[in-house]
Design a protein around this ligand. Structure first.
Ligand SMILES: Nc1ncnc2c1ncn2[C@@H]1O[C@H](COP(=O)(O)OP(=O)(O)OP(=O)(O)O)[C@@H](O)[C@H]1O
Length: 277
């Protein structure tokens, strides 16, 4: 579903991504961890076509993002869940979910916001998945933050995407609500075979909900493994502010790559150099 090879991205002279390699398969829930500024959002924005990488290979949901593509084409394959929901508060909950269908309907229907019965049925099914079917006709502004985020997930599901990218989706929620939101996201994507990449700042949520965790430090992948492999040494490598440690973690002798072929869940080992400790 997602294939990334040697991906590089700079903002002017600020080199943010230094050759990222990553594969995500259908139904896999990958959590991305890293310090603020590590490049997590930049990588997600590359995957969502909002940032143009400088070089490398980037295929998401069957689309080659290094080549020209339309936003509409991308929306048919890739959905985004945002930290602040990005919902239209004055619209009903169902209409917000239906906006997830805009990339799939014709241009005129999209402009007029005219939806078929099948789209409405799909929107209601998606709301059902996140436990909010009973709120379909309510104005969105009347919902709590956690409920709004679940509407954001329902909207993403209504796109019927192959990939969902979530950028800190629970950053502004209390722990109980955050867990509920992540549970809905993980369960729905697993059942629907969607590949998910989710940026989080909470290590405990990453361990609880991730099928796999990737760690970014200063634009380099320093960990790629199962939650059980995320030990103190791994956390030190991910959250180190020491440039040498990040370099050591990705040096050839301490590679996070699998010995053969592309990365996959649990394949990669954490660098164990003294610098990364
Ligand atoms: N649009 C932009 N223009 C210029 N520089 C940018 C832009 N977006 C991000 N950066 C820079 O790229 C680097 C990585 O930022 P990014 O937002 O990707 O990190 P992050 O790991 O997602 O951080 P956070 O966890 O705080 O969201 C930072 O140095 C940041 O200042």
């Amino acid at each position: 579903m997602i294939t990334i090879r040697n991906l590089r991205k700079s903002y002017g002279s600020n080199h943010v991504l230094h050759g990222i390699d990553m594969d995500v398969k259908a139904g896999e829930f990958v959590v991305m961890l890293g310090l603020s500024g590590a490049g997590k959002s930049t990588l997600l924005r590359c995957m969502n076509g909002l940032n143009q990488p400088d070089s490398g290979t980037l295929q998401v949901g069957g689309i080659d993002l290094m080549q020209t593509h339309s936003r509409r084409e991308l929306a048919r394959h890739v959905a985004m869940v945002f930290q602040h929901h990005n919902l239209v508060h004055r619209l009903s909950v169902r209409k917000n979910v239906l906006t997830g269908r805009l990339g799939q309907v014709g241009t005129l229907a999209s402009v007029l916001q005219f939806f078929k019965h099948s789209d409405i049925a799909l929107a209601d099914q998606c709301l059902e998945r996140v436990g909010l079917a009973h709120k379909a006709l309510e104005r969105t502004e009347a919902l709590s933050g956690g409920q709004m985020q679940r509407v954001g997930i329902a909207r993403a599901l209504a796109q019927q995407p192959q990939v969902i990218l979530a950028d800190e989706p629970v950053a502004s929620l209390d722990p109980k609500t955050a867990r509920r939101v992540l549970q809905y996201l993980r369960d729905a994507t697993r059942e629907m075979g969607i590949a998910v990449v989710c940026n989080l700042h909470q290590v405990d949520y990453a361990k609880e909900f991730g099928d796999r965790i990737v760690g970014l430090s200063q634009g380099r992948m320093v960990f790629d493994g199962a939650p059980a492999q995320l030990d103190d040494a791994a956390l030190n490598a991910i959250y180190s502010t020491d440039t040498q440690a990040a370099d050591a973690a990705t040096s050839p002798s301490h590679s996070v790559h699998a010995p053969t072929g592309p990365w996959h869940a649990g394949s990669a080992q954490l660098a164990t150099s003294a610098g990364a400790m």
